[in-house]
Design a protein around this ligand. Structure first.
Ligand SMILES: NC(=O)c1ccc[n+]([C@@H]2O[C@H](COP(=O)([O-])OP(=O)(O)OC[C@H]3O[C@@H](n4cnc5c(N)ncnc54)[C@H](O)[C@@H]3O)[C@@H](O)[C@H]2O)c1
Length: 263
């Protein structure tokens, strides 16, 4: 079979959350470039401009300003994508953010993590991911087909001194939620996997990945001794979104320059 057929998303309908920047924008680009109609959801109004840049006709890439922490707004965004395309095949539950500095810093130490900041990260990284699955799955079930990709982190696979408590805990939680959901969703041929990125040069953490000291520290966590560019998430995204991954579900796949396996 030729690569075009294995990886084609022609005629399929996709949703990406956190699509205005970083990994979500790269995911949107690769899904769109390979034939999918993509609905971008993001709280950042720039999502509208990015959709227009990718598809000036607004026929194959659409965008909605949406806070994924608002369950009703999220449900409307997901159902809107379904209604516009008459189907839902692919969901990237990607929106998320960091929770500040790690446990060896003053601000990141157990004693100083506030309940408010803890809850805010749980709402976004964990609960909104749950709601994204909850509202998407019934729409995928109608055609007994689906591909769900959840963005976890290599910091959800092990302890990581460079990230905060809530981030580490939520990324571990979504990884196991993916394994758990695979049990149920496989009954309807809906495949669900997580990606566990290592350090990527995005706006996460208020842009700290663009600072050379932070970049150096995270690069040292990998075997390739560099952080990744957002485009480098495209290959794994396309694999997990496409017919090529027909026997892959319930996995958590590191994409981290060897950071988890041998960092
Ligand atoms: N960059 C990394 O090094 C790295 C590593 C591991 C995992 N991740 C994960 O990748 C995912 C994407 O992050 P990124 O690195 O591209 O960061 P980013 O900040 O560049 O992009 C995150 C996007 O999510 C959006 N977002 C934030 N809160 C939202 C909300 N309430 N509703 C809707 N959208 C919201 C932001 O507006 C932004 O467009 C996150 O889940 C993050 O935890 C990133």
């Amino acid at each position: 079979m030729r690569a075009e057929a294995l990886f084609s998303l022609q005629g399929q309908s996709a949703i990406v959350t956190g699509a205005a920047n970083g990994l979500g924008l790269a995911m949107t680009e690769v899904l769109s470039a390979n034939g999918a109609n993509v609905t971008m959801l993001d709280i950042d109004p720039r999502v509208i401009d990015e959709a227009a840049r990718l598809d000036p006709s607004r026929e194959t890439v659409r965008a909605f300003i949406c806070d994924v922490c608002d369950p009703d707004g999220l449900r409307r965004g997901i159902e809107g994508a379904f209604e516009a395309n008459g189907r839902l095949d692919i969901v990237c539950a990607n929106a998320g953010k960091g929770s500040g500095s790690g446990p060896l810093t003053e601000a990141g130490a157990l004693a100083n993590v506030t309940g408010e900041s803890w809850s805010g990260i749980l709402d976004l990284n964990l609960t909104a991911t749950f709601h994204t699955l909850k509202y998407s799955v019934p729409l995928m079930r109608r055609r007994k087909y689906g591909r769900i990709i959840v963005t976890s982190s290599f910091a959800g696979l092990r302890g990581e001194a460079l990230v905060g408590y809530a981030y580490s805990a939520t990324k571990a939680a979504v990884a196991n939620m993916v394994r758990h959901a695979a049990i149920e969703l496989s009954l309807d041929n809906i495949l669900i996997n997580a990606i566990a990125p290592g350090p990527f040069r995005t706006n996460i953490g208020g842009g700290r990945m663009h600072e050379s000291s932070t970049e150096l520290a995270f690069a040292g966590r990998t075997r390739l001794k560099r952080i990744a560019e957002p485009d480098e998430v495209k290959g794994l995204t396309l694999l997990l979104a496409s017919p090529a991954s027909s026997y892959i579900t319930g996995t958590v796949i590191p994409i981290d320059g060897g950071g988890y396996a041998c960092g």
